[in-house]
Every structure is written in C-alpha cells, then in structure tokens.
Design a binder for this molecule. Structure first.
Ligand code: CTP
Ligand code: CA
Length: 225
C-alpha cells in the first residue's frame, strides 16, 4: 500500500470466484471440455487480493500459477465445482462465476476405454446443475452475485435474460465471437449489466479489465447499503 493512496476498495470483503473450464470424463482417456483458459477468473482473483479482499478461488483444470495470497481449490468436473462452491459459500460477501461450466455431462463415465467399433458413436449427455443460479437462490447467498455471459450474438439481450432468470446482481458479458478477446487470449473487453445500468469496460489486458470490473463490483456493493 502506497502512503497517501486511497484504501483498497475491497478491504475486508470476502470474494469467492470460480475459474477455468470443467472436464467431463467419458472414459479413462477422454473427456468433454471447452476452450476456457481460466485467465479471466485468475486475473479477477489476483486483482481482488490486490484490492484488499480475502479471496477463495475454485479452479477447473488449468495450468496457471496461484495468485499470491489466494486460497485455491482445484476441481475437475462440473459436479465437483458445484460441491466446492456450495461448501465454500458461507461467509463470502461476493460470488463471481467466471468458470465456463459444462452445460451437459456424460450420463455415465465408463470404467474402461471405449473400443472403436461401428461407423457412428452416440454418447448420452445429461444437464448439469447451474451453479450460479443455485448460489443466487441459496439461503446463505452472498450479498453480491456476479455472473459472466459468453455470447456470440445478441449480447445484451441474452446477458439481460441471464441476469433476470438467474437472479443476479451483475452480469459481465463477453463477445466470444470477436477476435482478440475472451477465450484463449490475454485480452478481453466486457459489457457489464445490472437491473438499471450498463458499464462498458474497454478492450485491454485481462489484469486491467479485472480491476475495472472489481471497481464496479465495489461500487455496486456500496450502493446496496
Ligand atoms: N454457469 C454455472 N453453472 C452452469 C452453467 C453456467 O454456474 N452449469 C455460470 C457460468 O459460470 C457463468 C454463467 O453461468 O457465470 C453464464 O454461463 P453461460 O454459459 O454464458 O450461460 P448458460 O446459462 O449456461 O446458458 P447458455 O450456455 O445456453 O448460453
Ligand atoms: Ca453454458
């Protein structure tokens, strides 16, 4: 902390953040995953710590170093991420769901490697639980629940629909169809929506985008009082 600088805006707050993809196992050697690198969620965890928050990071399978001072819990599948998030929820002021959680998982994980046979192969998938919606409806709901929305079209409409449907306080939407932002990338740009507002965070390094997002989170948290 620099002498004379304003106090960090998340001092005393406890933030729970999810990050990365989930891997849903088909058999011992194959899984269904997605292109999330975890970088945005890890950047949020690092920035929140730098802004004075106490941070718990629930991370899917990613190869990223743990930000200094952050408590990290590693998981693989959507179901494990859900269990970890719900177990950690009590005591947190903010939940920020940056993970790209699988929407569907194989109905069963086979104990042996599937052998090649016919010309086609069908795998039955079943819906996973929506962790973010469960957190927002939880009896021990954090005061601020923030979602992400990865969209390739009609960003504002789809993001606002998720905001309302899941009962969120804020949603940070990502145009993942655009080159140079979002998945597998060091840069991002976000449009953040809440019931009666919108704030656009300019394109740039995920570290700066994370800081801007958390400044808005701090502001919305203060506005709740
Ligand atoms: N999310 C979650 N649990 C799931 C699916 C999504 O917690 N099983 C969270 C993500 O962490 C993110 C938000 O929901 O914060 C939005 O994810 P997204 O994939 O954009 O939306 P979905 O609700 O899954 O809808 P769709 O994929 O159909 O657009
Ligand atoms: Ca989804």
């Amino acid at each position: 902390v620099i002498a004379g600088a304003p106090p960090p805006r998340l001092a005393g707050r406890r933030l729970l953040v999810s990050a990365g993809p989930t891997f849903e196992d088909i058999d011992p050697v194959r899984f269904i995953g997605n292109r999330s690198s975890g970088k945005m969620g890890f950047a949020v965890a690092a920035a929140a710590r730098a802004m004075g928050a106490q941070v718990t990071l629930v991370a899917g399978p990613v190869s990223l170093p743990t930000p200094p001072g952050v408590r990290r819990i590693d998981v693989r599948r959507a179901a494990q991420m859900r269990d970890a998030v719900l177990a950690e929820l009590p005591g947190h002021d903010i939940y920020l769901g940056a993970a790209a959680v699988a929407d569907y998982t194989p109905a069963e994980t086979l104990p042996q490697k599937i052998k090649k046979s016919g010309e086609t192969l069908a795998i039955t998938l079943v819906r996973t639980a929506d962790i973010l919606a469960e957190v927002a409806a939880h009896p021990q709901r954090p005061r601020l629940v923030v979602g992400f929305a990865a969209e390739t079209q009609d960003m504002e409409a789809y993001a606002r629909d998720k905001l309302h449907r899941k009962g969120l306080d804020l949603i940070a939407a990502n145009d993942v169809g655009r080159a140079g932002q979002g998945f597998e990338c060091d840069d991002n740009a976000l449009s953040v929506f809440w019931r009666d507002g919108r704030h656009d965070i300019a394109h740039g390094p995920k570290s700066r985008v994370a800081r801007d997002l958390l400044s808005l989170v701090a502001e919305r948290l203060e506005a709740l009082r």
